[in-house]
Design a protein around this ligand. Structure first.
Ligand code: CA
Length: 239
């Protein structure tokens, strides 16, 4: 399994509040929010909770993964209530577990998971944001959503309330599939078609990750940018 992972603070923000993790078969990104260093604490706490609770188990189930995300939520919520500097902190979290036969995805917030298959890029997660909900109900068009002043407002995040609803689903795996996990610092500035072109045209996940970060920064790098790319091995006989 080939992996490319990069995180960059972009060209505007003073700190990087994103956090990422790639330890096959586990992959995750988290985009923290909160004053001072609190966003960094929240995103790290989310991923470290998943790591602690999931990497010791023999058989991974969606119930266990869902429980681990709920536990991450609880820990961040309690830290934000008990420590003044952490008040109001929260984070997105998108986790992929890549088993031999399927991928399991757990997701809260507006980070994303995409899959490139046969050079077509498909978004697998749904953004938990005010604007995405408005697009889903037909109140806003995709175009209007791109420039909407509330496009960063989340309807779900980890750590901002005592309970969280977790999206969790399975996807089949095909040889050669390429998974992309990313924070909104990428998707706010690079269009779907551009990401598809980069991923289709660059042979290694490491080089594709470098290119995605470079293009997001070339577009102003207004936010922290994080990408995790995982390539499922091609079928035997293919290259
Ligand atoms: Ca962000």
């Amino acid at each position: 399994m080939q992996v490319g992972m990069q995180t960059d603070k972009g060209r505007v923000r003073p700190d990087n509040e994103d956090f990422c993790w790639a330890e096959p078969p586990w992959f995750a990104v988290a985009d923290g929010m909160g004053g001072h260093a609190a966003g960094e604490v929240a995103s790290r706490m989310a991923i470290e909770t998943i790591k602690e609770m999931m990497t010791q188990t023999d058989k991974v189930t969606s119930e266990q993964l869902s429980k681990a995300v709920e536990e991450a939520n609880r820990r961040i919520w309690h830290a934000s209530r008990n420590t003044l500097e952490y008040a109001g902190m929260g984070t997105t979290l998108t986790v992929v577990y890549l088993a031999p036969s399927h991928a399991m995805v757990a997701h809260v917030g507006d980070s994303r998971c995409y899959r490139l298959r046969n050079q077509k890029l498909q978004l697998l997660t749904f953004d938990h944001s005010v604007v995405a909900e408005l697009v889903r109900t037909g109140t806003l068009s995709e175009r209007e959503a791109e420039h909407h002043p509330q496009r960063n407002f989340l309807t779900r995040a980890l750590g901002t309330s005592p309970h969280v609803e977790v999206d969790i689903f399975r996807e089949d795996i095909a040889p050669g599939d390429l998974y992309l996990l990313c924070t909104d610092g990428l998707t706010a500035v690079l269009e779907h078609e551009r990401i598809e072109t980069i991923l289709s045209g660059i042979p290694t996940p490491e080089a594709a990750a470098t290119q995605l970060i470079a293009e997001a920064n070339a577009k102003g790098g207004p936010d922290n940018i994080t990408v995790v790319l995982v390539q499922v091995p091609p079928a035997v006989g293919q290259s």
